[in-house]
Design a protein around this ligand. Structure first.
Ligand code: ADA
Length: 554
């Protein structure tokens, strides 16, 4: 399944998950691989960087239009339907889709060329402190759509005189070569809304409703109340379509140096979480997604940062259900200026931001958008790119604050732009300062460098420990050292009322890229700063985090 709730009752929609035929360039052998999955799970492709082709047939019951959506392909896809290219897409972490009109009933062939190679063509997927896998790594959805269909729903909640209101925009598309009239009905919290639209041939139109909802409860991390919008469309030619979205009534605000959720101060305490699981790679299965959530909740976390890219919608759906506050960010980690000047960089970032917001806008759990983790914020050229990306997000979504996690300590020249200032701090791991002293110097610098009067988040803190390595000397890499550092760090940051949130680096150990860069020096070719290892086995720090996060609630 591609979502944690039913998105259609009228439209015929099903996933193409299961076994696909597979060929890898340079391998003279036929394979069968599961979708979704990473090809690295197969013994022939453990660390393979290359190009492979997935093929399967699909049976279409009746003549009409189809929509093929890929929730994630790592990292570049070319999609063919009966031999004709219908889509291409870069970036493993955002969905993309294609419409094929006038498909005859019967068997058809879908094949997908997948590329996970590095080079100038890939400005965001690079050798890095996480692994870029290969494969169709998130669910694939096939839908049969009428000529006039519902493309998406946007839900914008707000309060007026203390009462919840919402603007609901139902985007309708006309795939045919003639104009149509569409009747649109939407229900939400027992409220029925209806209108009629004229849609030009090949055009789009938006049904806009703006209503008051006296009978709804707010969404929050403590009470994640959710509601369904059920939109139904009927064309004058008798065709019908529908789309169901799940939403929450909540408002996020920045008021001076504090973040507010529904008019109350919001404090975020949680983890940075890579989508990476020992046996799944980045194609984290639903049961492992749920296990991660259960473990983070068991440690009394109320927030998660999707480091360093947009996440699987099933995880975001689960955050909506469980009241996990989300910092979601575009795909970028640790690029110096030269990397940001790759001719593909800005376009690939822009595409990722657009797709992230277009697809994830309605998730109430997402309370802040992030960009460009630890990129070249100390340079004028870098500042220009930060500024453009903040502007792009603000042009698409005025309802959420924006931030970026910096490590350009004392040199970052972008802090005047975001709504929230965030910094990654590894005192006593990379820097050997006193934690409290370094925190004071950091915040003093932030206030003098454009960040004054803004909320501050410690977006990363932590230390590495090899699971099972115990040493009473408490030397680095021991579980004892990691537990002690996490305790000392959280005691400082969580008792500093200048700080609005802390994200531990990181929830679980994750694989890193072996070829190229200093990452190859990482023990086990993993980033070992997880509170649990890649099999979700808890380290000693687990109980320290659990206790301190619980104490924060008291
Ligand atoms: C940086 C980076 C993380 C990770 C971390 C580390 O802060 O943002 O992705 O690489 O350092 O483990 O050193």
């Amino acid at each position: 399944m591609a979502r944690l709730f039913e998105t259609h009752r009228i439209r015929r929609s099903y996933t193409l998950d299961g076994m696909w035929d597979f060929r890898m360039d340079g391998f003279d052998k036929d394979y069968r691989l599961p979708v979704p999955s990473v090809w690295e799970q197969h013994p022939d492709f453990l660390s393979h960087r290359g190009k492979g082709t997935y093929t399967r047939s699909v049976y279409i019951k009746r003549y009409g239009n189809i929509k093929l959506e890929f929730k994630g392909v790592s990292h570049t896809a070319e999609v063919y339907f009966d031999g004709e290219k219908i889509a291409e897409h870069y970036n493993a972490f955002t969905p993309f889709s294609a419409i094929v009109k006038g498909v005859k009933a019967g068997e058809h062939e879908v094949y997908v060329k997948v590329d996970n190679t590095f080079g100038e063509h890939s400005a965001l997927h690079t050798p890095n402190d996480y692994y870029t896998y290969g494969g169709i790594t998130r669910p694939v959805v096939l839908e049969e759509i009428p000529d006039v269909w519902i493309k998406n729903i946007r839900f914008i909640p707000y309060t007026r005189d203390g009462v919840w209101n919402a603007k609901i925009e139902v985007l309708i598309a006309n795939a045919s070569d003639r104009a149509h009239i569409a009747a649109v009905k939407a229900t939400l919290a027992e409220r029925e809304m209806a209108t009629e639209l004229n849609i030009n041939a090949g055009g789009e139109a938006v049904a806009v409703f703006d209503e008051r909802f006296d009978n709804v409860k707010a969404w929050s991390d403590k009470e994640p109340n959710l509601y369904y919008i059920n939109a139904v469309l009927s064309s004058e030619n008798g065709e019908t379509d529908d789309l169901i979205e799940r939403v929450g009534f909540r408002e996020v605000e920045v008021r001076g140096t504090k973040l507010y959720l529904n008019g109350k101060p919001m404090y975020m305490k949680g983890f940075n979480r890579h989508e990476d699981y020992a046996v799944d790679g980045c194609a984290v299965t639903l049961n492992h997604i749920v296990q991660d959530m259960d473990l983070m909740r068991d440690m009394n976390a109320n927030a998660v940062r999707t480091c360093h890219y947009p996440n699987d919608e099933r995880f975001l759906d689960l955050c909506d259900e469980r009241g996990m506050l989300v910092w979601e960010e575009n795909h970028a980690r640790g690029f110096v200026l030269e990397q940001m000047q790759n001719p593909n960089f800005e376009r690939q970032c822009e595409d990722c931001i657009r797709e992230m917001i277009e697809n994830h806008y309605n998730h109430p759990s997402i309370v802040i958008w992030g960009i460009l983790n630890e990129c070249a914020a100390e340079t004028e050229e870098g500042r220009e790119m930060y500024s453009k990306q903040y502007a792009q997000i603000r042009s698409m979504d005025e309802s959420r604050p924006v931030t970026s996690a910096t490590c350009r300590h004392f040199t970052d020249i972008t802090l005047d732009i975001p709504d929230v200032v965030s910094f990654n701090m590894y005192t006593k791991w990379y820097q050997d300062d006193d934690i409290a002293d370094r925190n004071d110097r950091e915040i003093k610098w932030i206030k003098e460098s454009g960040g004054d009067g803004k909320p501050i988040i410690v977006s990363e803190l932590g230390a590495a420990a090899i699971y099972g390595y115990r040493d009473r000397s408490m030397c680095k890499w021991s579980e004892e050292y990691q537990a002690k550092l996490i305790e000392e760090s959280l005691e400082v940051y969580m008792n500093d009322d200048r700080i609005s949130g802390v994200f531990i680096w990181q929830f679980a150990d994750c694989r890193v890229t072996e070829d190229g860069g200093w990452f190859a020096t990482r023990a086990r070719c993993h980033n070992n700063k997880g509170i649990v290892d890649e099999y979700r086995r808890p380290k000693m720090a687990y109980d320290v985090v659990k206790e301190l996060f619980e104490k924060a609630d008291q």
